[in-house]
Ligand binder design. Structure first.
Ligand code: GUN
Length: 288
């Protein structure tokens, strides 16, 4: 049976180290590191994420500034708020929760964030910095995946890595990070021919497609390390109830893989921990 990669415990350890470093920053700078989170509208999942971000930011000794705007907020009003946060010296990191309501253009909004406060790493300047190996901000979820992989495997150099999914938030930055770790990287997606054959080559599989339990154990190379980024809510056996599953069929995959992240408790808890890390890095750059 595969070893279970405990992302929850890893994220707790990371948050403890960030809290120590955050206290030291506050003492040296005379102010805490600050993270501003902007939520437009009332998407229930986004509300849960934003609440957890606020709680964990404060628990790490940082300042949390939450801006909750109505669903019918105009682009001009949202851009005006971002302009104000860009120049606010108490704000080191700015995160605009996605998805935005349909009338707001996500690319326009992200482009308005000061790249040196873009702790999500979504601004084209940070995307370009990652692609060219310059220091910048890296999207939180893929960076958290690489931390788990490095913790388990040490050097990733020369390994075959298959990323399933090509989103701007996970798949593409994940591929860039694995390339920077000297993996041989394949990005598979919905149009890939013979996905099982592609996956069977991989020493490292990162699944980020948003399809419940799509990746089967029979596809895997025995001993592969499997990182499951999916969070899918599906009907449970009990009528009216739901349960969370990943993009990987855990029951079959865990009999073939060498190590695997569970859902929940794998990659999920890493995202906010890395966000707090990025915010502290931003604070040091802004204060220095
Ligand atoms: N929505 C889902 N994941 C994320 C994330 O990492 N950052 C932001 N801003 N929105 C998200």
């Amino acid at each position: 049976m595969a070893e279970v990669i405990d992302g929850k415990a890893f994220a707790e350890g990371l948050r403890e180290r960030i809290a120590v470093a955050s206290t030291a920053f506050t003492a040296a700078a005379g102010r805490p590191a600050g993270l501003a989170v902007v939520l437009v509208g009332e998407d229930p999942a986004s509300q849960v994420y934003v609440r957890n971000k606020g709680k964990q930011t404060v628990a790490c000794g940082m300042a949390s500034f939450e801006h909750k705007l109505p669903a019918d907020t105009t682009e001009a009003d949202l851009l005006a708020l971002i302009a104000q946060l860009n120049t606010d010296p108490a704000v080191d990191g700015i995160l605009v929760q996605l998805p935005l309501p349909a009338h707001l253009n996500e690319q326009t909004v992200i482009a308005a964030i000061n790249p040196d406060k873009d702790v999500d790493g979504f601004h084209v300047v940070n995307v370009g910095r990652l692609a060219t190996g310059m220091p910048g901000f890296v999207p939180c979820t893929p960076l958290g995946c690489v931390m788990l992989l490095r913790d388990r495997l040490g050097s990733l150099a020369g390994m075959e890595a298959v990323v399933i999914g090509r989103s701007n938030i996970v798949g593409k930055p994940m591929a860039q990070l694995l390339l920077a770790e000297s993996c041989t990287v394949t990005v598979a997606h919905s149009r890939t021919h013979d996905l099982p054959a592609v996956v069977s080559r991989a020493d490292i599989v990162v699944a980020a497609v948003g399809r419940p339990e799509m990746v089967k154990g029979a596809w895997l190379k025995p001993g592969a390390t499997v990182i499951d980024v999916g969070i899918n809510r599906v009907p449970a056996a009990e009528p009216g109830k739901t349960r969370l599953v990943g993009d990987v069929d855990y029951a079959s995959a865990s009999t073939v893989a060498g190590a695997i992240t569970p859902v929940p408790g794998g990659v999920g808890p890493m995202t906010i921990a890395v966000l707090l890390r990025n915010t502290l890095v931003a604070a040091h750059r802004n204060a220095g």
